[in-house]
Design a protein around this ligand. Structure first.
Ligand SMILES: *Cc1c(COP(=O)(O)O)cnc(C)c1O
Length: 371
């Protein structure tokens, strides 16, 4: 137990309400008997790895004795060029998780409320509580964020709404028309945070990451990451595009050198490697469908996903539970993500992997279900 006796230092009450984030496992109890390998499909990392150009840039980034560029200037300009944005309205962070925290610290006070959805990304809850505010969790509809339930939860204390679009761990998305309707229903003092961690993967005509909405309003922020399609999760790099006032607030409170030089160099090169990104998207397109179809053919329900992972549903008890499936897969070297903390005790989130990993998943699930 945490020692909170009056003798020692006591953290603010909301800090003790935080359940520490449990990352996806990277170890398996077993290894695949055929290949002798472990397939890590628990953290939505890019199965094609890092862009070779980014690795070259990383290796060329020396002078570790020098502080990095504290304003991430070159990378912000590269991001701005790639997306057609004003570089002054971008802030880079040590992962987009840092940006989510900074937004919360800058805007939330004790007693404020911040909304996210039923199966929404859990870093929001941590960021909200760490800032001393109250997380308000609203119901989803078919594992998808619902604009009406978000709007119905707004009170005079609401300061922020977090929407992962597409969401992790469900893989579902909210069409842009609905995002705009959500924004229209918010008071101008409420910040809408659009988390586009998987935006690059989405191939839907009615989807947009929200750049246009940010550009044309004073209370919308879009966060993005280099951890997923860009294959740089290890270096911790993310960014946001937001209104001038929000960017100013984040710049006041962020660490003066919050992004390291290796990440800046590799990020710039990864952004420029459109070939690697295109290959990653193509691979995902092919295997997202094959994995969804393959699981369904085995009789499993799969939530329709537009990301680089699928949410697969198991029976709530007995021999074919998610818990048993997880153990069975692990024994065969396949590491996936349990999502009980997301209110989904009967589901597993499985990242789309290499062809070899994907086939290992389908074979293991088939054996598990005795098909
Ligand atoms: C992975 C993920 C992130 C990215 O986090 P980083 O700190 O940039 O690695 C952000 N939001 C969601 C919904 C994610 O799944």
């Amino acid at each position: 137990m945490t020692d909170t006796s009056p003798k020692g230092p006591v953290p603010r009450a909301s800090v003790l309400k935080i359940a520490p984030y449990i990352p996806g496992k990277s170890q398996a109890s077993g290894v695949d008997p055929k290949s002798g390998k472990v397939f890590k499909l628990s953290s939505n990392e890019n199965p094609l790895g890092t862009s070779p150009q980014a690795i070259a840039a990383l290796q060329a980034s020396t002078h570790l004795e020098d502080y990095p560029d504290g304003s991430s200037s070159r990378l912000r300009h590269a991001i701005a060029d790639a997306h057609g944005l004003n570089p002054d309205r971008i802030v880079c962070g040590s992962g987009s998780d840092e940006i989510l925290s900074l937004l919360s610290y800058a805007y939330l006070e004790d007693g404020d409320e911040a909304i996210y959805t039923e199966h929404g990304f859990l870093v929001y809850k941590i960021a909200i509580l760490a800032a001393g505010a109250e997380p308000i969790v609203v119901p989803e509809h078919h594992h998808t964020a619902n604009v009406d339930s978000i709007l119905a939860a707004i009170t005079e204390r609401t300061k922020m709404v977090f929407l992962a679009n597409p969401n992790n761990p469900t893989g579902t998305y909210v069409p842009f028309d609905e995002v705009k309707r959500l924004h229209s229903g918010l008071r101008p003092d409420i910040i809408l945070v659009l988390d586009g961690a998987y935006a690059e993967y989405v191939r839907r005509n009615d989807y947009e990451s929200g750049i246009e909405l940010v550009a044309n309003s004073a209370n919308v922020v879009m966060t993005r990451t280099f951890s997923k399609i860009y294959g740089l999760a290890n270096l911790r790099l993310g960014w946001c595009f937001g209104p001038e006032g929000v960017i100013d607030a984040i710049n006041r409170i962020r660490g003066p050198f919050n992004v390291n030089g290796a990440a800046l160099a590799a990020g710039e090169a990864a952004l420029a490697d459109s070939n690697h990104i295109a290959r990653s998207v193509d691979h995902n397109e092919t295997w997202l469908k094959q994995m969804s179809d393959g699981c369904q053919a085995l009789g499993l329900d799969v939530t329709p996903s537009v990301g680089n992972f699928i949410l697969v549903h198991f029976s709530s008890d007995g021999d074919h539970s998610a818990e048993r499936a997880d153990a069975f897969l692990q024994d065969r070297g396949v590491v996936v993500r349990r999502v009980t903390a997301y209110g989904l005790p009967d589901a597993l989130r499985i990242t789309i992997g290499t062809e070899e990993a994907n086939l290992a998943v389908l074979a293991a699930l088939k054996a598990f279900l005795g098909r």
